[in-house]
Design a binder for this molecule. Structure first.
Ligand code: GUN
Ligand code: ZN
Length: 471
């Protein structure tokens, strides 16, 4: 919407301009040390470029001077769990299925209490703002009142979000409160779509937790619903191929529970006994699948064909021992790979820190001889790839003129290690190498205190301050 009055922000601008593929990210890296970002009254970017080239009509606008600091596009988190706001660093869980049973289902059950959920929604939005996550695909709570609290608070604060209630129609005792019958699940999804989808900053997704939490009949019903709402731009979001422990892990259990050739088939309508096309596919350009660590070539090819994206969550994969998504094989298949915090499997809200883990795990990738991601590729994964995964690249993801002004302001002086690294650690003589070194140090060294302002669609995001409460 915009703040109503135009303004020019001055800082060092970094973004990935245009609409490149990952392979072309480094040639599309834009770095403008004495940059200007002119934001019109309508909240869109009127100009971004060198301050010296500011058009005359913007030169009269008030200036917000962040020189010495940086402006980056707002970060996009393509996989984060609202009902796990307080569930990071849960001890004693083991790997995925044990962790869900011991830690996560009990934690998510607490959201049945509307007052607790309301508090969590406020904290969730405050955390998102603190780390500059301007857009997110949010895995929702099972409870409609909790989802209402999340949508209401997110809209009030002014952050972009796609979310949907977590659907479970089967599961163990620890998940009992999260489970409904199929009809109730569908009714609640329809209600959520009707009330919240297609708003200015908010959209809705269908979100079955994962194949083990639902049944083939649930997928048939979800497929029918998706056939009805796909054209309205409703999203689909879930987990795929995360834990491959032999025999007892998630993938083995899924392949045991469904008559499928691959895990992806369960989301692709290919699961009914005796039939190769049992239901409607839930895949498409508005489908985002989290993890996809252990995919077959055929699964990757199918995702690329369907324009379905991957939310890559390296921080969570370290915590839950899920393994490492093969970076080269996955991206070479033509699938969009964006980043996800996977709070609370991941314990880091700040997407640049997830990008830092991404760099480290792929540098250490076994069998792929250490993939050294270029800083432009990290910035791409943290911003533009996320906008592409959410099918909103036309609206946000970089600082190109005409896009919504979704950006963060970074003041390195607020985080001394970052300030000192930038001051003394950039030693290259040529501009291209110095630019890459600066961006790398900025992304790897960024911490919350250095994010001083967060803007969405030209409006400063200002969540209510935290209040202590007894819950
Ligand atoms: N698979 C099914 N549910 C979950 C969850 O909550 N977190 C993660 N990381 N994987 C899942
Ligand atoms: Zn997850």
């Amino acid at each position: 919407m915009g703040s109503g009055s135009p303004v020019v922000h001055r800082a060092h601008l970094f973004h990935i301009g245009g609409a490149p593929t990952l392979d072309d990210a480094r040639t599309h890296l834009i770095s403008i040390p004495d940059g200007a970002l002119a934001v019109g009254a309508d909240g869109t970017i009127a100009f971004s470029g060198p301050h010296a080239d500011l058009p005359v009509e913007c030169a009269r606008w008030p200036v917000s001077d962040h020189r010495g600091g940086f402006i980056l596009p707002g970060f996009v988190d393509t996989h984060i769990h609202f009902p796990q706001t307080y569930a990071t660093d849960s001890y004693g869980g083991g790997q995925l299925l044990e962790w869900l049973d011991n830690c996560i289902f009990p934690a998510e059950t607490r959201y049945a209490d509307p007052a607790f959920a309301q508090r969590a929604a406020a904290d969730f939005c405050r955390r998102r703002t603190a780390v500059g996550t301007t857009a997110a695909m949010v895995f929702g709570s099972a409870f409609p009142a909790a989802q209402d609290a999340l949508f209401t608070e997110t809209e009030r604060v002014g952050l972009r979000m796609v979310s949907g209630r977590g659907i479970q129609t089967t599961g163990q005792a620890s998940a009992a409160a999260l489970i409904t019958d199929i009809d109730t699940a569908i009714t609640r999804c329809v209600d959520e779509i009707d009330r919240w989808h297609g708003r200015d900053l908010i959209d809705v997704a269908l979100v079955p937790r994962f194949s083990l939490s639902v049944t083939p009949d649930t997928f048939v019903a979800l497929g029918e619903l998706y056939d009805d709402v796909r054209d309205r731009g409703v999203y689909f979001h879930t987990h795929l191929n995360e834990n491959n422990r032999p025999g007892t892990g998630e993938i083995a259990a899924t392949l045991g529970a469904y008559d499928v050739d691959s895990y992806l088939d369960t989301y692709d309508g290919r699961f009914l006994p005796g039939s190769r096309v049992g239901g409607s596919s839930l895949l498409g350009r508005r489908s985002v699948l989290a993890h996809a660590v252990h995919c077959t070539d055929a699964e990757l090819a199918r995702m690329a064909e369907a324009q379905t994206s991957i939310a890559h969550c390296p921080t969570s994969q370290l915590f839950l021992g899920s393994g490492t998504m093969p970076w080269r094989r996955t991206t070479a298949a033509g699938v969009t790979v964006a980043l996800g915090s996977d709070i609370g499997g991941g314990d880091e809200w700040l997407i640049p820190q997830v990008a830092a883990d991404c760099f480290k795990v792929h540098m250490s990738e076994v069998g792929d001889a250490g993939v050294s991601l270029h800083p432009a590729e990290l910035l791409f994964a943290a911003t533009l790839a996320g906008a592409r995964a959410l099918d909103r690249e036309d609206t946000f993801g970089n600082l190109d003129a005409g896009k919504a002004a979704d950006f963060v302001v970074v003041d390195p002086q607020r985080w001394e290690p970052l300030a000192r690294t930038l001051e003394h650690g950039i030693r290259a003589d040529d501009t291209e190498t110095a630019t890459a070194q600066t961006l790398f140090a900025l992304l790897m060294g960024l911490r919350e205190p250095a994010i001083t302002e967060v803007w969405v669609q030209g409006s400063l995001v200002t969540p209510a301050p935290s209040t202590s409460s007894q819950l």
